[in-house]
Design a protein around this ligand. Structure first.
Ligand SMILES: [Zn+2]
Length: 71
């Protein structure tokens, strides 16, 4: 409940299980799961904290690299 001013919107936290930090970004649930983030299956949008967003970007980038290398 502390530190409200740094949150993008009130009550929005990172939706990766066992994280719970203030959300910085939101991505589609599908792409979050593709990035191997541990989120609920039925979410359409997933809010991510700074760290998990970085992880998300990294993973999606790696996927693209792997895909292009494999062809
Ligand atoms: Zn997080």
């Amino acid at each position: 409940m502390a530190d409200r001013k740094s949150k993008p919107r009130e009550g929005e936290t990172c939706q990766v299980k066992s994280c719970g930090k203030p959300a910085e970004r939101s991505v589609s649930g599908e792409s979050a799961r593709e990035a191997k983030l541990d989120v609920e299956e039925d979410l359409k949008r997933v809010h991510l904290c700074k760290e998990h967003y970085r992880q998300y970007k990294k993973s999606t980038k790696q996927d693209r690299v792997l895909e292009s290398l494999g062809r």
